[in-house]
Structure formats: structure tokens, C-alpha cells
Design a protein around this ligand. Structure first.
Ligand code: NAD
Ligand code: TYD
Length: 339
């Protein structure tokens, strides 16, 4: 089996590659990544010489480059993680989100049609369902919940999902889609809530909480997401959507306080800043379908996962310090100074 993994130099894609090389040592894994600001070759350093791993630097929206790779590699399965993934950046500059997340998905699926494929899997997000109100804890996103997006990011991901389903219906492309809740774990880029707060706390810098910090996210340890995708590409039904989430809802402020506690840093570092535009209040996944059909259940409890994650950031300072010492500084200044 030969699997193309796009976006494999990013957070979840890299964790998925490590998972697959471990769980299926006989599979060939081909990573395609454009190495944008979010992609890091140092993340893949340990497997660059692995006999069953190969890396191509290419943009998924570059049709010629993608066709060339498909023609020479002839993959059996494609798992598309490549995306612009940060909501705040999408609010600043939507265009690149449309190009990568929508056009890139179309190019990959055209390549699958042209060269043949057993499965195209689209890694999507619970954000396509919009948000839920805080005063209705009884409500959850199911696969039947209508698409109702809030940000340019979630709109671009929802557009891609619609295209994927259209390619299945129109061309019979064998597709599956997973819509997962917020992930956390190793190699998470430090622009996102959990790694940003860990890095800032370790540097005794202010911890910028948007609004009142009452927004709720449903956190899943990244390895549990990777196992879910592994199950879906092997046993999932073609044409189907699977929600992935671990019933672990947390308010932002409680996560930030927990990080302070674990790192023995004072809560006085917490700074409330201007809220995100259009900020989604609550995400909460109902994972009944993937549990019933594929037997998936999360294995890592948040209390353990957050400890492991914090320990990883303590043990791998050079990985994130290199990131935050570069172009990231301009980003941080633009987004957080006088906010
Ligand atoms: P990330 O930003 O850490 O990584 C994205 C990767 O894609 C990077 O390596 C980047 O270089 C690459 N990339 C970007 N544009 C590209 C292009 N045009 N061509 C080729 N490669 C390109 O993102 P992530 O958090 O690992 O998310 C991966 C996927 O999972 C995304 O599709 C995202 O929408 C989805 N997702 C993320 C979460 C989450 O909590 N992070 C939750 C659910 C779904
Ligand atoms: P984020 O990690 O960007 O994921 P998403 O917006 O895709 O869920 O943000 C998670 C939550 O944390 C979200 O409610 C916004 C909030 N947040 C902050 O309060 N401060 C920050 O500096 C960041 C990056 C996020």
C-alpha cells in the first residue's frame, strides 16, 4: 500500500505519518508539503532516511507538480491534511485559504481521477458546523448537522467538503471525510492556543486570552485523531462523513489556568485581550457514528494528554524556540501588540 500524505510537515500530518510508519511498517508513505510558515522539515528529521518514507516539496494547488508526483508514485490512497489552518490568519487574509483549502483539494482529487485511486480522504474540521450556544449543553454536532460556517477558514474547509462529496456523486471518486474537534499534542504550531500559552508561560510573557475566555472547545489528543483516520481509510464507508471527538469540552480560561498550574507560573500572567471577530462560542462533537461503525474510542484522557504535551514542549525547546525566533515575531507583534 502506498499512501500520499499532504501537509505532513505540519502538526497533525506529521503525527499521522509517525503513526502510520509505526502501525503499518510495510506501507510506503509519501509526504507532499509546500513548507509554508506552518510546515517544518525539522519535524520530519527522524524519518527523512526511513526506507519507506519519501518527501516532496510541492504546493497542492500546483496542478503540474501534483500530476507529476502522482504519475511517478501511483499512490493507492491520498490523505489530505494540507491546509491553511489558523482562524486568526484567515480573518487577516482569506485569499490564501481559498487557494490552498479549496483549489488545492480540487487539484488533488483531479489527480486521483486521472491516475486512479482506492481512496481519497479529506481531513476536515468540526468548525464547518459553526458553533453551539453555551446555554445548550445538550446540543452536539452530528454528521447531519447543517454546514453553517463563521470564519473564512471554516468556510474554505466547508467548501472543500462540498467539493469532495460532489466528486463522489458526480465522478464516483471513492472518498471519505473526517470532521475532528480541536487537536493538541507534540509539534503543534505555537500560534494556536495550547502551544502559544505553554511557550509564553515558559518565557514569562503575558497569556493573551480572547474576550472573557469562556469559549468552549472539545479537545482531542492528536494520536487519537490519527488512529481515527487510519480506521476510516481502511474500514470507513465510501461517500461517508465521520465526526471525530472525545467529549472533552473545556473553556479556554480553564485550559490557560491549568497550563499555569502545571508550569508553576502565576495566573497574573493572564491578560484579557480584544475578542476574535465572529468568535465561535462552543464546539462539541457527537462521535457515536465512528464509535458504532468502526469501534473508535479516544484513548488519552485530557488530564494525561496535557501533561504529556507540556512535557514535550519542555523536552523540545529548540523545536519551538527556532519557530518563535523567526518570522513568527512579526506575526505576533501584528496580532497581539496593543490588542
Ligand atoms: P498545520 O497548519 O500545522 O499544517 C498544515 C501543513 O500544510 C503545513 O505543513 C503546511 O506547510 C502545509 N501546507 C499549507 N499549504 C499547503 C499547500 N498549498 N500545499 C502543500 N502543503 C501545504 O495544520 P494542522 O493543525 O496540522 O491541520 C491539518 C489539517 O487538519 C487541516 O486540514 C486542518 O483543517 C485539519 N484540522 C485541524 C484541527 C486542529 O485542531 N489543528 C482540527 C480538525 C481538523
Ligand atoms: P485556536 O487554537 O486558534 O483554535 P480554533 O480557533 O480553531 O478553535 O483557538 C482556540 C481557542 O482559544 C479559541 O476560542 C480562540 C482562543 N485563543 C485565545 O484566547 N488566545 C489566543 O492567543 C489564541 C491563539 C486563541
Amino acid at each position: 500500500m502506498k499512501i500520499i500524505v499532504t501537509g505532513g510537515a505540519g502538526f497533525i500530518g506529521s503525527n499521522f505519518i509517525f503513526h502510520m510508519l509505526n502501525a503499518h511498517p510495510e506501507y510506503d508513505i509519501i509526504c507532499i508539503d509546500a513548507l509554508t510558515y506552518a510546515g517544518n522539515l525539522s519535524t520530519l528529521k527522524s524519518i527523512m532516511n526511513h526506507p519507506y518514507f519519501k518527501f516532496y516539496r510541492a504546493d497542492i494547488a500546483d496542478r503540474e507538480a501534483i500530476y507529476r508526483i502522482f504519475e511517478s508514485e501511483k499512490p493507492d490512497v491520498v490523505v489530505n491534511f494540507a491546509a491553511e489552518s489558523h482562524v486568526d490568519r484567515s480573518i487577516e487574509n482569506p485569499e490564501i485559504f481559498l487557494r490552498t483549502n479549496i483549489m488545492g483539494t480540487a487539484v488533488l482529487m483531479d489527480a486521483c481521477r486521472k491516475f486512479g485511486i482506492q481512496r481519497y480522504h479529506q481531513v476536515s474540521t468540526d468548525e464547518v458546523y459553526g458553533d453551539l450556544p453555551l446555554d445548550r449543553p445538550d446540543l452536539f454536532f452530528t454528521e447531519e448537522t447543517p454546514i453553517h460556517t463563521s470564519s473564512p477558514y471554516s468556510s474554505s474547509k466547508a467548501s472543500a467538503d462540498l467539493l469532495v462529496l460532489a466528486y463522489h456523486r458526480t465522478y464516483g471518486l471513492p472518498v471519505t471525510i473526517s470532521r475532528c474537534s480541536n487537536n493538541y499534542g507534540p509539534y503543534h504550531f505555537p500560534e494556536k492556543l495550547i502551544p502559544l500559552m505553554i511557550a509564553n508561560a515558559l518565557n514569562d510573557k503575558p497569556l493573551p486570552v480572547y474576550g472573557e475566555g469562556l469559549n468552549v472547545r472539545d479537545w482531542l489528543y492528536v494520536e487519537d485523531h490519527c488512529r481515527a483516520i487510519d480506521l476510516i481509510i481502511h474500514n470507513g464507508k465510501v461517500g461517508e462523513v465521520y465526526n471525530v471527538g472525545g467529549h472533552n469540552e473545556m473553556r479556554n480560561i480553564d485550559i490557560v489556568k491549568l497550563i499555569c498550574k502545571e508550569l508553576d507560573k502565576p495566573e497574573s500572567l493572564i491578560t484579557y485581550v480584544t475578542d476574535r471577530k465572529g468568535h465561535d462560542m462552543r464546539y462539541a462533537i457527537d462521535p457515536t457514528k465512528i464509535h458504532n461503525e468502526l469501534g473508535w474510542l479516544p484513548e488519552t484522557k485530557f488530564a494525561d494528554g496535557i501533561k504529556k504535551t507540556i512535557q514535550w514542549y519542555l523536552d523540545n525547546r529548540e523545536w519551538w524556540e527556532e519557530i518563535i525566533s523567526g518570522e513568527y515575531q512579526n506575526y505576533y507583534e501584528k496580532m497581539y501588540t496593543n490588542r
